[in-house]
Design a protein around this ligand. Structure first.
Ligand SMILES: Nc1ncnc2c1ncn2[C@@H]1O[C@H](COP(=O)(O)OP(=O)(O)OP(=O)(O)O)[C@@H](O)[C@H]1O
Length: 247
């Protein structure tokens, strides 16, 4: 097996806040991986470590091949930036250009193809802050695609989307995986996670990693989510602690 990423004893603190770890993990090249866990369990932090955006406080993360492309949550991006959709997608090509080379035909073709794939070509000249949440998310995924990296990392790419944006982004993720790219997504959605080949269950520290049916056991879910699971027939349902059960 060749690896896309190898994490060894990764541990991240933001000052006095412990965000993630200790965690060791080997992600197989070409696999699809979902990272799932409660709010604040370190999912986004871990994705940023794999992307090389933040360095672990201790331990190491090694990635193989070109630098991974990361699609951040749109809430991480300043909405007041005066950028068009095409500008945002074209930024994907900057690291390849270096300081003095201007974008070439190849770069322009890649950018246009990515916008086309996300069905935002008609929005290319619009300011990014003028878009709906779903359109903006498609612009950021197009930016990730245009980086043409063997590893695509997406932070909650399907959260809060309209039906059309969800279906477009899901099919892009599936296609990229089918082409042999490694795709790692964070999610809160068990169904979305269950469609990936591997699931990493996080609760700040590592809980489990493997195929969904091996990871989503009652024990693991209780460990990660603090016992708020109820069994309904064959399914494990996350019990809402604020829900009034009528007594
Ligand atoms: N830039 C930062 N500065 C300080 N603390 C941070 C920063 N980013 C995240 N944290 C903290 O680190 C911990 C992990 O956050 P992270 O965003 O990685 O979790 P998450 O699992 O992605 O959360 P969510 O499900 O809510 O998106 C949390 O306690 C969070 O408050």
């Amino acid at each position: 097996m060749s690896a896309a990423a190898v994490l060894t004893d990764v541990h991240v603190d933001y000052g006095s806040i412990h965000a993630v770890g200790p965690l060791s993990l080997e992600v197989e090249a070409g696999s699809s991986v979902a990272i799932i866990g409660p709010n604040g369990s370190g999912k986004s932090t871990l994705l940023k470590v794999i992307a090389g955006v933040i360095d672990p406080t201790s331990g190491s993360c090694e990635t193989f091949g070109a630098t991974p492309a990361i699609v951040l949550q749109s809430t991480d991006v300043d909405p007041s930036l005066p950028l068009t959709v095409r500008d945002v997608v074209a930024m994907a090509r900057y690291p390849r250009l270096g300081l003095f080379r201007r974008p070439g035909a190849d770069d322009r073709t890649t950018v246009e193809a990515a916008m086309d794939r996300l069905e935002i070509s008609d929005l290319a000249g619009r300011q990014i802050h003028q878009l709906s949440g779903g359109q903006r998310q498609r612009a950021f995924v197009a930016q990730g695609l245009a980086q043409d990296s063997p590893t695509l990392l997406l932070d909650e790419p399907l959260t809060g989307l309209d039906v059309r944006s969800r279906s477009i982004i899901t099919s892009v993720i599936d296609d990229e995986h089918a082409k042999g790219r490694t795709v790692i997504t964070t999610t809160h959605n068990f169904e979305d996670a269950g469609r990936c080949e591997q699931v990493l269950l996080l609760a700040t520290r590592f809980v489990a990693f493997g195929p969904p049916d091996e990871v989503f056991t009652e024990d693991n879910l209780r460990t990660a989510f603090g016992g708020r699971f109820v069994r309904v027939g064959d399914a494990l349902i996350l019990d809402d602690p604020h829900h009034d059960h009528g007594h």
